[in-house]
Design a protein. Structure first.
Length: 259
């Protein structure tokens, strides 16, 4: 059965992105060529203001409760955030955390390239300078370099969210992960997929190189009340999650080597 709250949630976000991209972000496009740093400064704050909308809808209309434990974010610090990918909407739960303990304006998300072509949503994410990848390293390496150099040139702190698993947790992706584990003599996981490490390693090394400063990593483990993978239409049929827990771990460069 379709949930009216799910339909309202998706339509509200879609039309918000659609008209926001045109009438709120669009007028500042010429500034991108005149002063890239000012363009990014303004756009980041417009996008961050808009991101309070999905957070408010999740917590008020759906009654979602987000519980965060573990270490705290360091607001304004350049960092790489790594998180498991239980559902296609779990990045929204991170916004509930960032809005309280860090800055939404600094967060950028690494997403698959096909999403940037989605009307409304894709336009807004492109304007927000999210990083779109094809999940083919020979194609993605130069794009990662260009985007990191861009944030270096405009002197804007970056908190980059990466999903090392590369996709969300479903029965089919779990089967592929288990096949990979069998072929390579690795342990089979029950609640996560085997991660892709090439991009993460490159991004961390590149950030430390171009900024010449310490770049931290924050590991977030997201847990849903139901341990089963959920389908793409879960939000439409169930009305969304009622609670979500996240364990946050602050990793120093030395601890990366230990782990």
């Amino acid at each position: 059965m379709v949930s009216w709250r799910g339909i309202y949630f998706i339509l509200t976000l879609f039309w918000g992105c659609f008209f926001g991209s045109i009438f709120m972000l669009g007028p500042f496009l010429p500034l991108m060529f005149i002063s890239p740093s000012w363009y990014r400064w303004i756009n980041n704050r417009i996008v961050a203001t808009w991101l309070t909308l999905p957070v408010a809808l999740l917590e008020t209309m759906f009654g979602v409760k987000v519980i965060v434990t573990g270490d705290a974010f360091v607001p304004g610090e350049r960092s790489v955030i790594i998180m498991n990918h239980r559902t296609r909407t779990d990045w929204m739960f991170l916004w509930s955390c960032l809005i309280r303990y860090s800055y939404l304006k600094l967060e950028k998300i690494c997403l698959k390239a096909s999403l940037k072509s989605v009307p409304g949503f894709g336009w807004a994410m492109q304007a927000a300078a999210y990083i779109f990848i094809h999940r083919k390293w020979k194609d993605d390496r130069s794009h990662f370099e260009d985007m990191i150099d861009y944030f270096c040139d405009i002197h804007e702190p970056l908190q980059l969210l990466i999903f090392p698993e590369g996709t969300d947790l479903t029965e089919s992706t779990m089967a592929r992960s288990n096949d990979f584990a069998e072929k390579n003599g690795l342990q089979k996981y029950e609640y996560v997929l085997h991660p892709r490490t090439t991009g993460f390693t490159f991004v961390v090394d590149r950030l430390r190189e171009v900024f010449l400063l310490r770049v931290s990593a924050s590991e977030i483990v997201l847990m849903r009340p139901s341990l089963q993978p959920c389908a793409s239409l879960y939000l439409l049929t169930s009305g969304g999650e009622k609670s979500c827990s996240g364990a946050m771990y602050y990793l120093t460069p030395a601890s990366w080597c230990e782990r």
